[in-house]
Design a protein around this ligand. Structure first.
Ligand SMILES: [Zn+2]
Ligand SMILES: [Zn+2]
Length: 343
């Protein structure tokens, strides 16, 4: 099959013919119909990143089952339309057996995001465990289903923040995770949702996804003052979706006394925090790692019910042939949002 292979930092993805995967016990092979390019793929393939050279990235995936191994978990058939809860679990440990695959003893993450992690879906075919599949409802396109992963991440971030109805929220960063976070914060009853972002196209998407206020971060010296000015008080919750050194510290600086700070951007470098400033703020700071199967199921149900529309976030579609160039282009500030690969 054809796939885009990662050779190492500084090198663009390379299209290659690689062996086709086959389904072992409990597993399935999907024909990939859509796979989102994720910011974490860009971080992971940058110098110092965790991506596995020789691996295939891509973890935001929907497709059609083309092969089933023996003893699948669930009632699946070849031809079923599915999306992947973006991981590879064992399906048989205590956690998997009670439906908590996110705590699986042997959890791995598809998309070569680490030395031992299995290959992902920048390819024609993907091997997954049936424990990590969810059905795509009729009427929901597979390219839409591929956007569940960032939406589930945003949902997880908002849940971790313990948002109460009427809260004032700042979301830092308007990439796909930031936009998803904006949408869920509003969905669950935030009175005000301020989104800060430097790229003007992403700022306008913020409004579409539910932000009540926007801050153009490129023109602001003191973000805390700008937010407090808008809201009349510091925000109750700050959700950081940037993932660069210094942003978490800035979030702690901005949040109200005793508020919640959520580290949603995955900063790949060690970062420092001003402890004394944090003590004076007494914030709850959380680093949520991975969403649950239920969160993924909730997202697709809300999309199917018309309660949440991710289409404004899907900015471009590229073929596998166009992927290497599109991938490199996303490393620079861009007005693109979620780019979907359709092999
Ligand atoms: Zn992702
Ligand atoms: Zn397990």
């Amino acid at each position: 099959m054809r796939a885009a292979v990662f050779d190492g930092p500084g090198m663009p993805l390379r299209l290659a013919e690689v062996p086709e995967p086959h389904a072992g016990p409990g597993e399935a092979v999907l024909r990939v119909h859509a796979c989102g390019i994720c910011g974490s793929d860009l971080h992971a393939t940058a110098p110092g990143g965790i991506a596995r050279p020789g691996g295939i990235l891509g973890h935001e995936v929907a497709g059609i089952i083309s092969e089933l191994g023996p003893d699948p978990i669930g009632t699946w058939s070849v031809g079923d339309r599915v999306f992947v809860v973006s991981r590879f679990t064992c399906g048989s440990c205590g956690w998997c057996l009670i439906g908590q695959g996110h705590r699986c003893d042997q959890i791995r993450f598809i998309g070569a995001l680490g030395p031992d992690e299995p290959d992902g879906a920048y390819a024609e075919l993907l091997r997954v465990h049936t424990n990590d599949l969810l059905r795509v409802p009729d009427g929901v396109g597979l390219d839409i289903a591929a956007s569940v992963e960032p939406l589930a991440t945003g949902l997880m971030l908002v849940r971790e923040a313990n948002l109460s109805i009427g809260d004032r929220v700042l979301v830092m960063g308007g990439g796909p995770i930031g936009l998803a976070t904006v949408a869920w914060a509003r969905f669950f009853g935030a009175r005000r949702v301020v989104m800060s972002e430097m790229v003007s196209h992403r700022l306008s998407l913020g409004t579409v996804m539910g932000a009540t206020d926007l801050i153009d971060a490129s023109g602001v010296d003191d973000m805390g003052a700008a937010v407090t000015d808008l809201l009349g008080q510091p925000p109750d919750i700050v959700i950081e979706c940037v993932g660069l050194p210094g942003v978490l510290s800035q979030a702690i600086d901005i949040v109200r006394h005793g508020g919640s700070v959520i580290a949603g951007g995955v900063c790949m470098q060690p970062d420092s925090i001003d402890h004394v400033a944090a003590y004076f703020k007494e914030p709850t700071v959380r680093f949520p790692a991975t969403y649950t199967t239920e969160e993924n199921a909730f997202v697709i149900e809300m999309i199917a019910a018309g309660r949440l529309d991710p289409t404004p976030m899907l900015s471009h579609r590229v073929t596998l042939d166009e992927l290497p160039a599109a991938f490199e282009a996303l490393r620079r500030p861009t007005d693109q949002c979620k780019v979907i690969v359709t092999p």
